[in-house]
Design a protein around this ligand. Structure first.
Ligand SMILES: CC(=O)SCCNC(=O)CCNC(=O)[C@H](O)C(C)(C)COP(=O)(O)OP(=O)(O)OC[C@H]1O[C@@H](n2cnc3c(N)ncnc32)[C@H](O)[C@@H]1OP(=O)(O)O
Ligand SMILES: O=C(O)CCC(=O)C(=O)O
Length: 392
């Protein structure tokens, strides 16, 4: 979509016998993301994030859970009526009044969820699987009768007996649901078990499958990608990977992974750094400097061997260009700087040093950064000037 040079593709993919992926993104930042402890977005923040997600090209935006509060319901309705290209979805329990709230909100899709794992049946609902399932089917029928698209989501689906899950999805298919969703609610999946589960469901169900991964083991993005490779259609993400506990699969990681691994370039990834910044501001949750794709260090380089190569060809040490994700390269000097790198940086600053001056400068740089972390541009310039004036 963007004209930026995206550098490397994973050529190893050509050795795998894999069909082109048929996927869409459902971003759940405004719903599951907002379930992050302590996070509550204002109406304006939600509108802004919805517009940004729409501009990126996300196909579905989960705008909220209307029964949470009257203002939540109002905001979901307003987002539905913003005129975005993205389809708008909201969450509902397997309760008729929750579905009515979704109907009132003018959403395109309602995600009706129910848990069928033994743990949830016993300790949360105190009901049999047949009982909760019949509530779910009643809610689905009600939504369908009112013309909504329906996602039937199996909460805690990854700790639910696989045969039970298959039967439930098959029965939901009879009600003409538009999607069935496997929710890895507590993040227990690994890539191998994700592949197994999605493949098993795909053997019996023709309805598009959704995958909703949590990051309790740090594998949410990997599992989501593997689910897509096993045939899942709708992939759930959040900006910066926020969400319950350790969060969800991160939008920025998944979009870049889809591009690098599968050549899917229809999403406007140049907007990812900006939306990540807004999300940090609105949620009050700063990301780690080493966060993939959008972290401060994603394109920051200090090591001499890396910087000398990057000065000639950035692809040597960058998987994709900063421009591709709306980021910026930053070459810094510190304990790990080498002479070639330093010469490049010095020349970029508009100075020219001869070999001896450069050797003197590198000594000063190493002295300054042995114990202190990093060296500001101003400090570097004053060191360069000292060297030029032959000052100690
Ligand atoms: C995996 C997920 O992310 S699930 C979504 C989690 N998100 C949230 O919980 C959003 C914030 N929640 C809330 O604001 C509130 O809990 C509300 C508005 C949803 C419900 O509030 P309350 O009416 O006060 O109910 P409360 O939270 O005490 O209990 C939840 C009720 O929903 C029931 N319930 C939970 N999930 C489902 C479901 N999928 N289908 C039907 N009923 C359900 C529970 O069994 C319980 O029923 P009970 O009151 O008969 O015991
Ligand atoms: O599968 C879904 O669509 C949502 C379920 C969910 O939020 C969860 O179980 O964590």
């Amino acid at each position: 979509m963007s004209n930026t040079d995206d550098y490397s593709r994973n050529e190893l993919m050509s050795f795998l016998d894999m069909k082109p992926l048929d996927i869409e993104i459902c971003d759940v930042t405004l719903r599951d993301g907002e379930q992050t402890p302590g996070v509550a977005f204002t109406k304006e923040e939600k509108f802004d994030l919805a517009r940004e997600l729409d501009a990126i090209g996300v196909e579905v935006i989960e705008a909220g859970f209307p029964v949470v509060s009257s203002s939540e319901k109002e905001i979901v309705k307003e987002i539905s009526n913003l005129g975005l290209d993205s389809n708008i979805c909201c969450l509902a329990r397997s309760v008729i009044s929750d579905v009515d709230a979704a109907i009132d909100c003018d959403v395109d899709i309602v995600s009706i969820f129910i848990a069928m794992s033994d743990l949830h049946l016993k300790f949360k609902y105190h009901k049999s699987c047949a009982d909760v399932f019949s509530c779910a089917m009643g809610a689905i029928e009600h939504a369908k009768d009112h013309g909504l698209k329906v996602r039937f989501a199996a909460e805690d689906g990854t700790r639910t007996d696989v045969e039970t899950l298959k039967k439930a999805f098959l029965a939901a298919e009879e009600y003409k649901v538009d999607y069935v969703s496997i929710a890895d609610t507590i993040g227990i999946l690994s890539p191998a078990t994700t592949h197994y589960l999605v493949s098993e469901i795909k053997k019996v169900v023709n309805t598009p499958i959704c995958i909703h991964c949590h990051d309790d083991l740090g594998m949410a993005t990997a599992n989501t990608l593997v689910a897509a490779e096993a045939g899942a259609k709708q992939l759930h993400t959040t900006v910066n990977g926020i969400g319950e506990r350790a969060g969800n699969a991160s939008l920025e990681e998944l979009l870049v992974a889809l591009r690098v691994q599968h050549g899917i370039d229809r999403y406007d990834t140049t907007k990812l750094t900006a939306i990540s910044g807004k999300l940090q501001e609105y949620s009050g949750l700063p990301i780690a400097v080493n966060k993939s794709v959008v972290g401060k260090h994603a394109f920051t380089h200090e090591s001499g061997i890396h910087v000398m190569a990057i000065l000639e060809e950035p692809r040597t040490y960058e998987l994709f260009s900063p421009e591709m994700v709306g980021g910026k390269r930053n070459l810094i000097v510190g304990k790990h700087t080498g002479k070639k790198a330093l010469r490049g940086i010095v020349e970029d600053l508009g100075y020219h040093l001869d070999h001896d001056e450069l050797c003197t400068l590198i000594g000063k740089v190493k002295n300054c950064t042995e114990v202190k972390k990093g060296l500001s541009r101003d400090r570097l310039e004053s060191l360069i000037q000292m060297v030029q004036l032959h000052q100690e």
